[in-house]
Design a protein around this ligand. Sequence first.
Ligand SMILES: C[S@@+](CC[C@H](N)C(=O)[O-])C[C@H]1O[C@@H](n2cnc3c(N)ncnc32)[C@H](O)[C@@H]1O
Length: 472
Amino acid sequence: MQPMSRRKKPLFKDIEITDLGAKAKAVGHAPDGRVIFAPYLAPGDIADVQVTKKRKAYYEAKPVEIKKYASIRTQPACAYFGTCGGCKLQHIDYAHQIKYKQKEVENNLKRLGKLDLPENIEPIMGSPEIYHYRNKMEYSFSARRWLTPDEIKSEKPIDNPEGLGFHIAGMWDKVLDIKTCHLQEEPSNQIRNAVKDFALKHHIPFFDPRHKTGLLRTLMIRNTSIGEWMVVLQVYQNDRQAIESLLEHLKQNFPQITALQYIVNEKDNDSFYDQDVILYHGRDYIEEKWEGLTYRISAKSFFQTNSGQALRMYQKVRAYAAIQPHETVYDLYTGTGSIAQFIARDAKKVIGVEAVADAIADAKKNTALNHIDNTEFVVGDMKTVFTQDFIDQYGQADVVITDPPRDGMHAKVVAQLLSLAPERIVYVSCNSATQARDLALMKDQYEIVKMQPVDMFPHTHHVENIVLLRRK
Ligand SMILES: C[S@@+](CC[C@H](N)C(=O)[O-])C[C@H]1O[C@@H](n2cnc3c(N)ncnc32)[C@H](O)[C@@H]1O
């Protein structure tokens, strides 16, 4: 039987880019009226685009040639822009990036949630640092890195096949080798490059995920605003000699590293949350200090990744909550209890709820460290834990702060929140589409009083949104 002939996908010429859509994709229109979504273009560009996927209502395409460059374009700082898959908005100047993020949040709430927004929506809080804003980077080793199209075309043997960098989107075994990433301050790049150079020089093999060979798997680098650095090396086997020689090299060359650790993970996947973390040098945590509070962060702890902007976001949450000394507060989806601790001194008591037991263990350790004695933490899935019994046990909340994951709150949680009926709710969201859905369920009982989008991740499509709700 002959294979079915595949129709060639169209190339559209001179497409005017008119908007930015979800996930940082630029929007234009094809001659047949269908919407075109294409990455790495900017509103105001005119470009030829090659269709990669054809759907009933839209096309997905990639730029082939840009005929006119938009005035809102700027030069991306990163040499890997377009290949790495992160920081997809670097070609648009920052003032315009955040303008589009604000518009997306407002549109989601108005169109998806059919919500009435207050007139005085606050302008999006941009990040003061648009590079070097991350406090945590996770790199992967690969025995066979991603090759550039030029390297493939040249047909020359590849004499440096190893890579240490980021996974190419959608390719679990391909890693783009990185020499400079602009997301974390130095010595982040120096540490990563030193690890790679030392490993190559001493023939310490990089992991090959396809064949399950090699030693070096991942490298995590974390830092805090008070200058503490954590490095966690993940390896496939307990080759003590190789591991210790590499870590000793870091210890000797980077006195900034106050927590130097490793993990031996013999599983097929890189997830190390079920593995022991072994201390090689220093302490097994680093500390962040905010407004006199100390947050201890261990290798497995969650901590907001843009420290400076997270502090500003928490300050805004606290201002919106306007907690009085006699008030009880629930901090739902509390993580390691960072918000709970931040607001504890304003409240009578704070109850935090979180599904991950280790996070709650960290929350308890941190509150003890900070001599906070008016918080309680509960481990469990919100949809099963947050019941009338819970409310009877911990008391009626005057204020609820809720910060769910991207999926938003389960309908059962929203229903319980409505039955609890606190006077104020501060809803922090990292996905305004699911936030819109949840707020729509609450709109008969609650009005939106204030709203503040926050940009935690410049150059990416992510945007947070804080909403203050008041019971009607
Ligand atoms: C966006 S984070 C909020 C973290 C915290 N508020 C902070 O600022 O560090 C969402 C948290 O919700 C937790 N989580 C996710 N689903 C949950 C559920 N069904 N029940 C309880 N917690 C959940 C996650 O483990 C995560 O810690």
